[in-house]
Structure formats: C-alpha cells, structure tokens
Design a protein around this ligand. Sequence first.
Ligand code: B16
Ligand code: MG
Length: 216
Amino acid sequence: MITACIFDLDGVLVDSAKYHYLAWKALADKLGFEFTEKHNERLKGVSRMKSLEILLEVGGITMTQEEKEKAATEKNELYRSYISKMTPDEILPGVETFLKEIKALGIKTSIGSASKNTSLIMERTGLSKYFDAVADGTMVTKAKPDPEVFLKGAELLNTDPKECVVFEDAEAGVEAAHNAGMRAVGIGSTSTLGKAEIVIPGFTGFDFKTLKDKID
Ligand code: B16
Ligand code: MG
C-alpha cells in the first residue's frame, strides 16, 4: 500500500541544478580552472561541503578548513541571489498535475532534500501549498545514501516507511530510499537510476494509477 510520497527537490520538482552550476562555476573561474557541466553532474544530491571538495579535486586545489567555509558561503550567497528570483514557471513539467492528483486522493506528501535552501525555493515557486511536511538539509546531519532525511519525512507524516515512495534524480538518493525501507521512482535515465523500482524521464503523462500498477 502507498499512503505517502516523498520528493527530492533539486532535479525532481525544480531545476535548481543550473543555478548550483552557475554559482560553482563562478567560484572555479575565480580560482582559475575550468568547471564543466559534466563535472557538475557529480554534485547532484551531494551536500554543499562535499560538493566543494569535489570541485577542489577537479581543480587540483587544496584549502584550509577556514578557506573552505569562506568559499562555500560565497558560493551559497551567489546561489541564493539566483534562486531568490525563481518563479512558479520553473516547476518541472507535469509536477503540479501529479501533486494535485495525489493530494486529491488523500496521499500524504513530504519533501526529502539535502538542500538547506529548500524553504526559499518552495516559497518562490509556490510549491509549499502541495506539501504536508518538509524534511531538508537544515534538519539532518547524515547525507544520502544515509536514509535520515527520508525517515525524517516519514516521521513528520506519521507514516510507516514501508508505505512511502520516494522520487529521486540522484543515485545516492535511490539508495537512501532503499536504506529507509522505501520504494523509489527514479527521475532521469536508467543508466544511473537502474536500481529504482520505476524510472521515468519526468512527470509528464505519469499518474498515480501507473505508480500503483507498477509497484503496489
Ligand atoms: P544547498 P536535493 C541537493 O538537493 C542538490 O542536488 C545538491 O546539488 C546540493 O549540493 C545540495 O542539495 C545542498 O544544497 O547548498 O542548497 O544546501 O537534490 O537533495 O534536493
Ligand atoms: Mg536531487
């Protein structure tokens, strides 16, 4: 039985990855090396500090802890300046139709995101109204594939993890869902998300019946 759906934010409900990329790229430019969109793929679903470490590895640069914190803060300030201009038009195709459908069916909904900027994005895009709970990077200490953020979502919804389905665009997120005892729908390609129970390219044309038929 499925009674709750838990959604990752970046890459599932909105495309904020492009803003993360622009902000990380500005930092790499300043440090004097090239940071490509392909490199950026490695940062999806990964925490802010871990993302910085990957970026520094790409550039072959070492920093003290203090320098790392300064660089991450600088990146976040630029990133927030971009996302503070987001609009409801940036919700990914098919997402609102699916959210409206499951709300009408009485399915409970939570966010399960690593991002500490979740509330700003939800406010700017108008997504807040579709969610009963928000579990995000401000509430957890362990990054995906640890199940902490999804278990927090289930707890906030007062739901058994076995009745939750997670929607994720990152491999580590699919693993985190399984580690939480939940099933997962991968949003993207089977080449990276093959372990999910279902993989779809996006929400367009996807409905709750299809979900139930495939995994309930
Ligand atoms: P912030 P998700 C993740 O969000 C992003 O995919 C990842 O690229 C980012 O580094 C992480 O949030 C932390 O974000 O710097 O805003 O706290 O995919 O888990 O919704
Ligand atoms: Mg994501």
